[in-house]
Design a binder for this molecule. Sequence first.
Ligand code: ZN
Length: 190
Amino acid sequence: MIAEDTGLVHLSTGDILRDELARGSELGQKAKQYMNRGELLPDNLIVTMIEDRIREKDGFILDGFPRTLTQAEALEEIAALDFAINIALSREEVIVRLSARRACAECGRIYNLWFDLPAGNNDELCDNCGIKLVQRDDDTPAVIEKRFDIYMADTRPLIEFYREQGILVEVNGAAAREEIFAQIMRIITT
Ligand SMILES: [Zn+2]
């Protein structure tokens, strides 16, 4: 929604990774080796993917990146951020929302059975492809709990990192989507 309104480029690490994998690029092939072993991608691999895409861009929104202090420090070498937006949500609410997430295996589009249903509502079919949506393996409650622990250990320190830089913006993620959007737009456009 922000990208649409501002014309900024939306860069999601998930989308970038899927694109590299689909194209079978050198980076994609490297990433695949880690994924096949069930390992997290190393910071430098992710940073390289991002770096390729923000070069020569006037403005962009990074989504899902940086996730670690190492990534944040590497990002500083490439670009100066105007804002870091923390959309805060409780552990309980995160589990409820992510458990309701569904994805299309064909086009990659993400839905949510709570607030972002496919047009046919409860049929759980992709609007684009008409095929049954699936729950990603990492969106099951047990894995979400683990991801939350990793977030607390690796990603949460970024809040202090960006607060010290004076660019941290905190938004209540429990508000309605339109309200969150309005709050963020007020901040980044004034
Ligand atoms: Zn689809």
